[in-house]
Design a protein around this ligand. Structure first.
Ligand code: COA
Length: 235
């Protein structure tokens, strides 16, 4: 798969690497990236040779500094801009992937950057990562799921602290808040992500997919129904 403008895609030893690739503008998310991610995620979902996925950002400075404000805020109306994002359900595609997805986060992880990482299963960050949801300061509501995915991940109070203040936090605070799973030295970020993906790719893939499915679908169910789901999924 090639010919992408805003991302790169590579497959190596059962691992798919998706790289946000607009480093000169901190890998910000625009309509073109929306379309390209939508396409590549569709292909990954159907690819039985992909056992794990790594999502990362190109360049030194950022995983993703959020939505491309030159597109987003110049749209005829914020509602129109939001609607244009809904034309492709990229977040739904992320969440529907049967393979585990690891987000490797460095530098700025803002707005859609956090939101994209929330659609991943395991989040590793380097020490230099900075997280924030600046939408409130722009007079908008996050448009890629943060109001739903962040509280589900870190709890109501901590999510509202980030969403209502727009404040930026460092990797250690993000770890304490459970926004991310682990913090590593910057030079170790991609090797650690790859070694984690390798480990997952080495297991029985029916078990891996069943566990992911049971956990992610079950989380939104009452316990009794979740336990029923686990029984149904058992391999
Ligand atoms: N939308 C559009 N362009 C953006 C952008 C965004 N969200 N974030 C960064 N850029 C562009 C900058 O305009 C700059 O472009 P230029 O070189 O043509 O001037 C380039 O990316 C590099 O960013 P710069 O601001 O020079 O880097 P910095 O290290 O000084 O600051 C940030 C980094 C992230 C603090 C700053 O770019 C910023 O605050 N960006 C906006 C973040 C934001 O609000 N995102 C959420 C949107 S919902």
């Amino acid at each position: 798969m090639s010919g992408y403008e805003t991302i790169t895609y590579e497959k190596k030893n059962k691992i798919a690497f998706i790289t946000l690739n607009r480093p000169q503008v901190l890998n910000i998310y625009n309509v073109r990236m929306r379309d390209e991610l939508y396409e590549v995620l569709g292909a990954v979902k159907e690819d039985s040779e992909v056992y794990a996925v790594i999502l990362k950002g190109a360049g030194e400075k950022a995983f993703c500094a959020g939505a491309d404000l030159s597109e987003f805020l110049s749209a005829p109306s914020p509602t129109g801009a939001r609607r244009s994002r809904w034309l492709r359900d990229v977040w739904g595609r992320f969440l529907s992937l049967p393979q585990p997805v690891i987000a490797a986060l460095h530098g700025y992880v803002l707005g859609s950057g956090i939101e994209m990482s929330m659609c991943c299963d395991i989040r590793i960050a380097s020490e230099d990562a900075q997280f924030g949801l600046p939408e409130v300061a722009l007079g908008i509501i996050p448009a890629a799921g943060a109001t739903q995915t962040v509280p589900r991940t870190i709890g109501l109070g901590r999510a509202l602290d980030l969403l209502l203040t727009g404040r930026r936090i460092n990797a250690q605070e993000a770890l304490q808040m459970k926004l991310i799973n682990r913090v590593v030295l910057k030079e170790r970020l991609f090797p650690e992500a790859e070694s984690l993906a390798d480990k997952i790719a080495g297991w029985d893939q029916c078990a891996v997919r069943a566990i992911k499915q049971a956990v992610s679908r079950g989380l939104d169910l009452p316990l009794e129904e979740g336990l029923k789901l686990e029984k149904e999924i058992i391999i």
